[in-house]
Ligand binder design. Sequence first.
Ligand SMILES: NC(=O)c1ccc[n+]([C@@H]2O[C@H](COP(=O)([O-])OP(=O)(O)OC[C@H]3O[C@@H](n4cnc5c(N)ncnc54)[C@H](O)[C@@H]3O)[C@@H](O)[C@H]2O)c1
Length: 290
Amino acid sequence: MTIQRVGVVGFGQMGSGIAQVCAQAGFDTLVREVEQSFIDKGFKRVEGSLARLVKSQRVSEDDAKAARGRIRGTTSLGDFKDRDLVIEAVVEEISPKKKVFGELDTVCPPGTIFCSNTSSLTIVEMAAATKRPDRFAGLHFFNPPVIMKLVEIVKALTTSDETIATLRDFVTRLGKTGVVCKDSTGFIVNRLMVPYLLGAIRMLELGIATKEDIDQAVKLGLGYPMGPFELIDYTGVDINYHVANAFFEELKDPGMAAPPLLRRMYLAGQLGTKTGKGFYDYDEQGKRKS
Ligand SMILES: NC(=O)c1ccc[n+]([C@@H]2O[C@H](COP(=O)([O-])OP(=O)(O)OC[C@H]3O[C@@H](n4cnc5c(N)ncnc54)[C@H](O)[C@@H]3O)[C@@H](O)[C@H]2O)c1
C-alpha cells in the first residue's frame, strides 16, 4: 500500500509540525481540531515555521506556498473517510486517544492505517479500541518535527509486517529516518531520556544545584543542546507529567514516579513555554525572560 492522503488529529505543538512535514513532502493533509480557534492557531504556527524556512533559504517561497496549500482543517472526524493514513497527536491521555480511534474506525475504510504519536502510552491498548489492530502502529515524531530527523515506528503485538513496511516507506518519503521498536513504554529515546529528566528534577528538589547550573552542566559537560529544565519547558510540563505517570504505571519503579515538584507545577498550570511559565518565564513569542 502507498500512502497519498494523510489525516492528522490534533493541531497543537506536534500535530501542526507533523502536518507541515507531510505537506512539505507533497502529501494531501487534513487536520482536525476540537474547535475552529485551535485550527486557526495551528495554521499560524505552520505559517510562522514556513516563513522562517523561507527566510533562512531552506525552502523556496513557491514550495512554502504549495505546502501551506496542501493542508486543510476541519472540526469533524467524519471528513477523514478518504484518508490512507491517520496520525493522532492529541493530549497524552489514554481515554481521549481511544475515543478518537473508536470514532475514526467507524469513518475510515478498513485499509486506512492508524498511528499514534504518543510518547509513552501503550499502542496495543489503542489498537484494541478498533477493528484493525493489524493496521495500527506508533509513529513517534520528535519536537520540533520539522527539524528533528528521527521517527520511531512502533510495532505493537498486533501490528502486521505489511503495515510496518508501509510506514517505513512513508517515513522515508517524509525525508526522515525511521527506527523500528517494540511497543514498550518510552520506546527507545524516551526510555533513555525520561529517567534522566526525572533525575534532574529530583536533584533540584534535593537542593544539590540550581536549575540554571544543572542546565549549564548538562550542556557543557554532556554536550546536549538543551539542559533538562529548558527541555521540559519546551516539550511541556503536562506532557512530561503524563509520561512519568505512564512509566510508573507500567514499570512500578519508584524512580519513575512523577517528582512532587513536577506534579505541583502541572496542577498550577505552569506548563512551560506554552503558558509563559514553567521552570523559567517566557514572553508571548515563547522567548525566555528569566
Ligand atoms: N511535546 C512534545 O515534545 C512531544 C514529542 C513527541 C510526542 N508528543 C506527543 O504528541 C501528542 C500531542 O502533544 P503536543 O505537545 O502536541 O500537545 P498540545 O497540547 O500542543 O496539543 C494537543 C492537542 O490535543 C487537543 N485535545 C485536547 N484534548 C482533546 C480531546 N479530549 N480530544 C481531542 N483532542 C484533544 C488539543 O486541542 C490540542 O491541540 C501527545 O501524545 C504527546 O505525548 C509530544
